[in-house]
Design a protein around this ligand. Structure first.
Ligand code: TYD
Ligand code: MG
Length: 427
């Protein structure tokens, strides 16, 4: 139960208000000036790309992620860059002490420390006052769940507080035309007062994720009023903070070994670039009870569908097998271009067919067992050639449309999953 205060303005008052301020007149679109050019470079190109080409002035950006994943580290690195090149940055911390942040910035930031201002504060009214007085070129709130407004009685982190604080931040940001970053924690269970309740209000929702025991961190936009939501940014968490991964495909593929069973290289198209990755699978006879299906990076429902198609359309029945599937690197690809690789990796493990490091497979599997074409196949094929692949299994429709191939590359167009499996056996 959440308390909502009623705001009882009499309709009389409302009428008087319109009389006082008059009726505003709408503007034609052609008369508006877009400030697209004035995007702020965060100094981190992976970050810029996810934002759609830099930070828009007056925009509100929510950065969500599990506690400890590296949100504060990312933000402080961008803040230092912006401070050094654009102007003073106000970093409001409600979680860590100034000393703690100092320790971190000393380690991860090389520039801009003289213009990066810290404020350990959780009262949103005080933060507004400081922002008004200081006029920073960027405001950072870490995290929204620790902030509170005096006007409400509920505890920080509650639905009404989070919403009130976000509204206030929007007012400051739009009023002063400065970008505002809001850090928000989400837990695996996705608690109620999490960032979900303010997603509609902000301009961008970014999610920062990764496996905690691995270095890879992915930044992805779930909502972006100024760009696409299909871009991802890749980082590696190390001794001195986050560093950008320029060639993500390379790091995803480095573990592939000829002769091993149960792996197939595949590719997805994220935003403006193809990304190559490795799909692994292991099947093992079920000991007792129900067979297990465990998928990392692939949706379980998708895996079940692929298993059903393998059974009915390719004669590979896994009803007495546990099946594990893993997209190496902790990435969760969206889209269906990895379907074929998932099916082939499972088949490779089950039928003991050794994998081939120079073959890549893409294609969406339909319920009929036929392969559907993938988008941007040409760009994927070129990237695969660049990365040293020499054979590409792909839907026939895609293969037919491609000409002028890079030298030394063989395309194998297949119509169905069964055909693809036959091809794999011959390789
Ligand atoms: P942090 O940015 O505090 O996470 P969040 O704000 O999302 O809660 O980062 C937390 C973890 O990152 C911390 O447990 C250790 C790791 N880390 C490094 O490995 N190297 C570094 O240079 C920094 C700053 C953090
Ligand atoms: Mg933090």
């Amino acid at each position: 139960m959440v308390e909502e205060k009623l705001n009882d303005v009499a309709s009389d008052d409302k009428r008087r208000r319109t009389e006082r301020i008059g009726v505003p007149s709408p503007t034609p679109l052609s008369g508006l000036i877009s400030n697209e050019k004035s995007r702020i470079d965060t100094g981190i190109s992976e970050f810029n790309r996810v934002l759609g080409g830099g930070l828009v002035r007056g925009s509100l950006t929510l950065i969500s992620g599990e506690p400890g994943i590296g949100k504060s580290t990312l933000i402080v690195q961008a803040a230092a860059e912006i401070a050094s090149r654009i102007g003073p940055v106000l970093y409001v911390t409600g979680e860590e002490s100034e000393e703690q942040i100092k320790l971190r910035t000393d380690r991860v930031c090389q520039v801009g420390l003289d213009r990066l201002f810290l404020l350990a504060e959780t009262n949103i009214e005080t933060i507004t006052a400081v922002t008004e007085a200081m006029n920073p070129s960027l405001l950072i709130i870490d995290s929204i769940q620790t902030m509170y407004s005096e006007e409400l009685e509920s505890a920080p982190g509650s639905v009404s507080q989070v919403r009130a604080c976000a509204n206030e931040l929007m007012r400051i940001g739009k009023g002063k035309d400065i970008p505002v970053f809001i850090v928000a924690h989400v837990t695996k269970s996705g608690d109620l007062a999490g960032p979900k309740i303010i997603e509609h209000l902000v301009d961008c929702v970014l999610n920062f994720y990764g496996e905690r025991n691995q270095d890879l961190r992915i930044l992805r936009a779930y909502k972006n009023r100024f760009g696409t939501t299909s871009e991802i940014g890749a980082f590696s968490m190390g001794e001195s903070g986050l560093s950008q991964i320029e060639n993500l495909s390379e790091s995803f593929l480095e573990g592939m070994e000829d002769g091993a069973e149960g792996y197939v290289a595949s590719a997805i198209y994220e935003g403006t670039r193809p990304l190559l990755l490795e799909v692994q699978s292991l099947t093992s006879p079920t000991g007792m009870g129900f067979p297990r299906r465990t998928a990392l990076g692939v949706e379980l429902s998708r895996l079940n569908m692929i298993l059903a198609v393998l059974d009915r359309k390719a004669g590979i029945s896994l009803t007495d097998q546990d099946v594990y599937v893993n997209v190496v690197g902790g990435l969760k690809p969206e889209g269906t271009s990895t379907d074929l690789a998932v099916a082939l990796a499972i088949t490779s493990s089950f039928r003991r067919i050794p994998g081939d490091r120079h073959t890549l497979a893409i294609g969406e599997i339909g319920l009929t067992g036929h392969l559907r074409p993938v988008q941007n196949a040409e760009k994927i094929v070129r990237e695969a050639a660049r990365m040293g692949f020499s054979r590409i299994l792909l839907p026939k429709k895609n293969a037919d449309r491609l000409n002028e191939l890079p030298a030394g590359l063989r395309l194998i167009g297949v119509q169905s999953l069964r055909e693809a499996i036959d091809e794999m056996k011959q390789i």
